[in-house]
Design a protein around this ligand. Structure first.
Ligand code: OGA
Ligand code: MN
Length: 297
């Protein structure tokens, strides 16, 4: 049983959790120990995990060892699994449980040619009308140190904006697209087929969390521009807000440990991979599942 009655930030319900849970930072994140995610999950445990997810935004389950199939089964407790527009080097689509890695098609570490967009703050699949609710990563192979994932709490960042800035961005919308994402990260351009498959979408830049009602800044690397502003003004406002969100007081940097299984809330966080390891020689392999969310408002 947990002795966490209410987290210091006061967002929780105060109801004890049926597992050991320890808050990691004030920006979010909680570590859960003593659970085996490969075992069947009953409704009570599922609901408690969801409650912790809403309170802490990032859950870090230690000491896990799931096969890809077990990860798919566990993930489906939280909604419908997403398919992916990304392609493997042989051109085939990513499987539903896919691998996030710095290994090239021959299995050799490469200094960053793979999934470039992951190295810039983004929220998963915001180029969809219905972007991702939750992403789960399970550590399979880690570098001896580094290879961290950094999260930015976009609700705290929104709350910290001046009243003038809140008024300025209220009601603004941004276009997100796979094409812009590739361009922003310097990745090879989207193919015509990918552009057809993932046409641009528009989302509010102030997003209200559907479960908690809290507002957040909803931008990131998949954004092309803010609608109705001259290009230079749109670029400047996006840059200003992104710089604001990325400040240390809003971020949590996850240092992966063997056996970690991490799930995070894409509706109130941005995240990115850090290049803080020897990418050219060290291996980093994680298994990934993504759960479909709801249309942002
Ligand atoms: C992702 C992602 C970052 C990382 O899986 O969606 O952005 O640290 N990963 O690998
Ligand atoms: Mn991502």
């Amino acid at each position: 049983m947990s002795d966490v009655q209410a987290a210091p930030h006061g967002r929780g319900t105060g109801i004890p959790y049926p597992f050991d849970i320890r808050p990691l930072t004030d920006t979010g994140g909680a570590e859960i120990t003593g659970l085996d995610l490969a075992a069947p999950l009953d409704d009570g445990m599922r609901d408690a995990i969801m409650r912790a997810f809403l309170e802490f935004h990032i859950l870090v389950f230690r000491g896990q060892s799931l096969t890809k199939d077990q990860q798919a089964v566990f993930s489906k407790n939280f909604g419908e699994l997403e398919h992916h527009v990304g392609r493997l080097p042989d051109g085939s689509p990513y499987p539903i449980v896919h691998t996030v890695t710095n290994l090239d098609e021959d299995g050799k570490p490469t200094p960053g040619a793979v999934a470039l967009g992951n190295y810039f703050f983004h929220t998963d699949k915001s180029y969809h009308d219905i972007p991702s609710l939750m992403t789960m990563l399970h550590a399979i192979e880690l570098p001896p140190s580094g290879g961290d994932t950094q999260f930015a709490n976009t609700q705290m960042a929104y709350d910290a904006l001046s009243p003038e800035m809140k008024a300025r961005i209220s009601g603004l919308k941004a276009e997100h697209s796979w094409e812009a994402s590739r361009r922003n990260s310097g990745a090879p351009p989207a193919t015509e087929e990918q552009k057809r498959e993932r046409p641009p979408v528009v989302h509010p830049i102030v997003r209200t969390h559907p479960d908690t009602g809290r507002k957040s800044i909803y931008l990131g690397n998949h954004v092309s521009h803010i609608l109705g502003l001259p290009a230079a003004e749109s670029d400047a406002l996006i840059a200003q807000l992104m710089e604001h969100v990325g400040q240390p007081q809003f971020t949590y940097t996850h240092q992966w440990r063997d056996g970690d299984y991490v799930m995070w809330d894409n509706r109130c966080l941005l995240h990115r991979a850090l290049r803080n390891y020897e990418m050219a020689t060290q291996r980093r392999v994680l298994h990934r599942t993504v759960i479909i969310g709801t249309a942002p408002y």
